[in-house]
Design a protein around this ligand. Structure first.
Ligand SMILES: Nc1nc2c(ncn2[C@@H]2O[C@H](COP(=O)(O)OP(=O)(O)O)[C@@H](O)[C@H]2O)c(=O)[nH]1
Ligand SMILES: [Mg+2]
Length: 307
């Protein structure tokens, strides 16, 4: 399978709702265009693309139909596609270089508990290792022993190195050590795992801010990326959470995980638009190959294509 096909498979649930839903509307299309537009808007809202974007698409279709009274279905779908791509492309994309230009490139990964951080780190590590980079994973989620073990297992499977301390260690000190070790040992990429919920009274955001500050001392300019992993199955809640992380940590990019598990994959649009942040990666499964680079056109095509 090529990346686009894998993306389509990963987005199957949303595609079934949107792509096939739109096909059904096509075959039942009556003379009542207002009704048709209502139904398209409703479908888009069901897929979580957000009320504002759904209304904008409806308005585009409305004016298109006014100037092209006999418009065929394919041209209506082009109108939908164009607006969706426009929304996603309104946030300047950041190209993902095959080879890091900064050595070591330091990526801090944040997000709520269970959202998919550690799995995403494994997927990124796998990619970098496959392209010949030396990767070090830093186990700064020190609050649960299982979290360190999970990252260690992924390090073994992907061929990345691991820096961990005992469970309960200070996360900022693990992060500092990881970056320092990577510089000393010549790693190309450092990816830092973090906790999404703390069992102590320490405030999560304060802890993450501290990690961020401390790794800047270990390597100037670090972290070069702050990736926020968002669970697509959380729907609109994910947006509020993302905003909180972004306010505290100046997130540089979003990873939308678990898109394979939801029919509400449209949430990628409001996430990117409302936060003004580029989506970098899409998680479409639990395996280490189940990640795709985000491209607005490809994503939209995979989302609304009927087959
Ligand atoms: N279906 C699916 N499951 C995922 C994906 N990413 C993570 N998961 C699962 O979600 C659960 C939590 O993931 P984990 O990486 O441990 O989350 P963390 O607490 O943020 O580190 C695990 O069972 C993962 O296998 C994905 O893209 N698709
Ligand atoms: Mg984790």
């Amino acid at each position: 399978m090529n990346p686009f096909q894998r993306l389509k498979v990963g987005l199957s649930k949303t595609r079934l709702l949107l792509g096939q839903g739109l096909q059904v509307l096509r075959s039942s299309r009556s003379g009542e265009s207002e009704e048709l537009l209502d139904e398209i808007e409703e479908l888009l809202i069901q897929a979580d693309i957000g009320g504002e974007s759904a209304r904008a698409i409806r308005a585009d279709l409305h004016s298109y139909l006014a100037s092209h009274p006999g418009a065929d279905w394919d041209s209506l779908m082009s109108v939908v596609r164009e607006r969706m791509v426009g929304i996603l492309a309104s946030v300047p994309p950041v190209p993902v270089p095959a080879t890091p230009v900064i050595h070591p490139l330091v990526i801090l990964v944040v997000g709520v508990n269970g959202g998919g951080k550690t799995t995403t780190i494994a997927k990124l590590a796998h990619r970098y290792v496959q392209s010949g980079q030396r990767v070090l994973l830093g186990a700064a989620d020190t609050f649960r022993a299982a979290a360190v073990e999970q990252l260690a297992a992924w390090a073994g499977r992907t061929g990345a190195d691991l820096l961990a301390q005992r469970p309960g260690a200070d996360p900022a000190s693990v992060a500092y050590d990881a970056v320092t070790a990577a510089r000393a040992r010549g790693h190309d990429v450092v990816i830092l795992d973090t906790a999404g919920r703390l069992h102590t009274k320490v405030n999560l955001m304060q802890e993450l801010i501290k990690i961020r500050r401390v790794i800047g001392k270990a390597h100037s300019g670090a972290p070069h990326e702050v990736l926020l992993v968002v669970d697509a199955t959380m729907g609109q809640n994910a947006i509020a959470q993302a905003r909180e992380f972004h306010q505290a940590l100046e997130v540089t990019g979003i990873v939308v995980a678990k898109l394979d598990g939801t029919a509400r994959g449209g949430v990628v649009l409001p996430l990117s638009r409302d936060l003004g942040l580029p989506v970098r990666w899409l998680g479409v499964g639990e395996g280490m190959d189940d990640i795709e680079v985000f491209h607005p056109e490809e994503f939209v095509d995979a989302l609304i294509s009927p087959d």
